[in-house]
Design a protein around this ligand. Structure first.
Ligand SMILES: [Zn+2]
Length: 318
């Protein structure tokens, strides 16, 4: 069966940017339109019949989301192996959830999805986890001029710690209050950003040299120019074959000629805004998938067909 080429995702026929709810309704009026679009994405060269061992014409069945080979009757289920498999939520609601996620600049919470489309909160949460699972970073390699930096994100406090800060004026402030009181563990996120290019970011156990240097060497091509701040962990990057320059933040120097880390810091601002404004508190276990979502947003900010088509293009059979 033909696999989707992730580097050159083929958009559905109406590949113009779908930006408004009106665009969405016109393109995906019902489940059937969504299934047709899914077939076009997953089988760009037509459905390959394993029994006939070639691409054959398949007819859409009336009573279930399947297609039958016109020669041998073999049934192909387009949703099988995708995030939609086995879901009782309609395909249109799935597509709409992806549309909502793609069309908000900072992302959307499961609470908002619950309100918008009328699914239960656990269902909304599960749908977003599945959609986010499509947005993995893969093996992106950066080169040229690259900035490396790390940031710290407040982890969700444990139940016992939440109880200790329950007297906070508003419950949703419990998280920041817990962090302020040093109760919530901060998570470290390491990141690299190519100037006018892509970013890569990963939740890491700490900001020690043996953690950060391997991350940079895995994500950045040798002989690239790497800019960091004065954190001692980065001091051996020169030994790794990079042209390494540092900016001295402790002396309030933020830009020295071309040497700065403003690009990656801009990405950290987007990530933290999103985490703070939309998700309130993200448990440690799920932080990487949120980081992946924001990396995807950043790396596809200029996608020709828009963010929605870029996210749709990630749908694949696993
Ligand atoms: Zn066949």
């Amino acid at each position: 069966m033909a696999k989707t080429n992730r580097n050159h995702p083929k958009n559905a026929r109406s590949s113009d940017a779908t930006t408004t709810v009106f665009d969405f309704e016109r393109r995906f009026p019902d489940d059937s339109a969504c299934l047709d679009a899914l077939v076009e994405m997953l089988y760009p060269d037509g459905i390959h019949c394993p029994k006939c061992d070639k691409v054959t014409r398949h007819h859409r069945l009336k009573n279930r989301p399947a297609f039958a080979c016109q020669w041998c009757g073999h049934l192909e289920y387009p949703m099988k192996g995708t995030i939609f498999e086995g879901s009782s939520t309609s395909l249109k609601l799935w597509f709409y959830a992806i549309f909502l996620m793609a069309s908000t600049r900072c992302g959307i919470s499961a609470k908002q999805l619950e309100r918008e489309v009328g699914v239960s909160y656990p269902t909304a949460l599960r749908m977003f986890r599945q959609i986010r699972s499509l947005l993995g970073q893969g093996d992106v390699l950066l080169s040229g001029t690259v900035e490396a930096d790390e940031t710290y994100v407040g982890g969700k406090p444990r139940a016992s710690e939440r109880a200790r800060v329950r007297d906070a004026a508003q419950p949703w402030k419990a998280q920041s209050e817990a962090v302020r009181r040093g109760l919530a563990k901060k998570q470290t996120v390491a990141g690299v950003a190519q100037r006018r290019g892509k970013v890569a970011a990963k939740v890491v156990p700490n900001s020690r040299r043996e953690t950060l240097v391997p991350f940079v060497t895995a994500k950045v091509l040798p002989a690239s120019v790497v800019y960091t701040d004065e954190l001692p962990s980065y001091s051996s990057l020169g030994d790794e074959g990079f042209a390494h320059s540092r900016i001295n933040h402790t002396e309030q120097v933020y830009v020295s000629g071309d040497v700065h880390t403003n690009t990656i810091e801009g990405f950290w601002a987007l990530l933290k805004n999103g985490l703070r404004g939309v998700y309130h508190s993200v448990s440690d276990r799920h932080l990487q998938s949120y980081v992946d979502e924001y990396v995807f947003r950043y790396n596809h900010r200029d996608a020709p067909g828009g963010m929605f088509n870029a996210m749709l293009g990630r749908i694949d059979k696993s």
